[in-house]
Design a protein around this ligand. Structure first.
Ligand SMILES: *Cc1c(COP(=O)(O)O)cnc(C)c1O
Length: 410
């Protein structure tokens, strides 16, 4: 398909251009768990590296069609899909790092990813947490054993924006594998390839699927990293273009051996959602900015953390990186006099839910839910107060979500 087409056109016509039966505009859902061959030589050829399908743990035509779309969105080389974003991250870290290797990551990352890296550290991978909004802090963490740098684009729930472009430049100088979790920005606001990422992870459960009806994740190779000097790549995957070796190992070991495979049904739902990603994301961002401005001006709000506000520490960086859009996520601290539970129970439009990147606006009290497990002491260290909310803004009519919040504060 012609590359000159825009983001949405490309995704909408992606299946059709690959010759779907009967002129269908969607790739069908292929539930088959196995794929049979008409010749034994063909069977052997697919096992030996020819493209094709064997057993659905390693993917189906339906997951492949979704992977092709994500690859086009990211401007990458190829993608591998997984059952969840966490499965994609697990496959990436556990297939590319070994005991003794060193990983530099941001201190502001998704809590479950932080927990996953704790498991990795227990197996002997050294993990250093740094303030990734500051390139010098990232540089200072370097050691001879450093193999990989991992960061997210916008952090949840504090909305810190890592210096992703400067980190990419530095990783290139140091020949480090650079993995960017693009979930909060999506390839519509930010492409990993443009900030020098080697691999880009997206949780498809969030904005890309968008409708809170399916879980999924992908790893996309940008083709920027030359894996020929990366000795963790096993011999059978050192074939063809070295830019593709890392993803091949993630696919083989992560999907075939670890088995966190995306189902064909979920892949189909996500692919349908992805058709409107750009439209939904623009509306979410516009709604979030309008709400952040309204809340910031309200006497019952102590602080609003949103990159779109000029007072945000990385406001300018976010504007440059994400094309003047600032995402759908914000942190809101209420004044002490407002009871957080009473306030939340007065909301009529916002759903009290932990998800993010949905078409609906969602809210949850951070200290009492996603940060409950870590305890009060650690929360205090991280500056998380008992009346801090996390908001994920949807595509509702703007005034409805503003009114919902303001009325509940009266
Ligand atoms: C939700 C999320 C994940 C995990 O994705 P799931 O599909 O829920 O497993 C990873 N990274 C970030 C930044 C997320 O927000």
């Amino acid at each position: 398909m012609a590359d000159k087409n825009g983001f949405t056109t490309t995704i909408l016509h992606s299946d059709r251009r690959s010759q779907v039966e009967h002129g269908a505009v969607h790739k069908p859902i292929h539930p088959s768990s196995q794929y049979a061959f008409s010749s034994s030589r063909e069977l052997a050829a697919v096992f030996q590296g020819k493209s094709g399908f064997t057993y659905a743990r390693q993917g189906t035509p339906t997951t492949a069609a979704l992977e092709a779309k994500i690859t086009r969105m990211e401007g990458g080389q190829a993608s591998v899909s997984f059952a969840t974003g966490m499965a994609a991250l697990t496959a990436t870290f556990f297939t590319l790092l070994r005991a003794g290797d060193h990983l530099i990551t941001s201190q502001y990352i998704f809590g479950n990813t932080n927990s996953l890296l704790g498991t990795l550290a227990g197996l002997g991978v050294e993990v250093t947490l740094v303030d990734a909004t500051d390139i010098d802090a990232v540089r200072r963490a370097w050691r001879p054993e450093t193999r990989m740098v991992f960061t997210e684009t916008i952090a949840n729930p504090g909305t810190q924006v890592a210096d992703i472009a400067a980190i990419g430049q530095w990783c290139k100088e140091k020949n480090l594998v650079y993995v960017v979790d693009n979930t909060l920005t999506t390839p519509w606001l930010c492409r990993g390839i443009d900030v020098g990422a080697s691999l880009v992870v997206n949780s498809l459960s969030k904005h890309i699927g968008g409708h809170a009806n399916a879980l999924g994740g992908t790893v996309t190779s940008t083709g920027l990293y030359d894996w020929s000097g990366y000795d963790t790549i096993a011999e059978p995957y050192r074939k063809g273009d070295p830019a593709g070796w890392g993803l091949l190992q993630i696919k083989k070991k992560g999907l075939r051996d670890m088995g966190g495979t995306l189902s064909a049904d979920a892949a189909h739902r996500i692919a349908i959602g992805a058709e409107t990603l750009a439209l939904r994301m623009d509306k979410c961002c516009a709604n979030a900015l309008a709400l952040a401005q309204a809340l910031q001006a309200h006497p019952k709000v102590a602080r609003v953390h949103y990159p779109g506000l000029p007072g945000h520490p990385q406001h300018e960086r976010a504007g440059q990186l994400f094309g003047g859009r600032y995402g759908a996520l914000m942190g809101v601290e209420l004044v002490d006099e407002l009871d957080v539970f009473e306030f939340l129970d007065r909301l009529r439009v916002f759903a009290l839910a932990t998800h993010l990147g949905d078409t609906r606006s969602l809210v949850l009290p951070v200290a009492h839910t996603i940060y409950y497990e870590m305890g009060a002491e650690r929360r205090a260290l991280m500056g998380i107060s008992d009346n801090q909310l996390r908001l994920s803004i949807g595509i509702e009519d703007t005034q409805d979500i503003i009114d919902d919040m303001l009325l509940a504060m009266e």
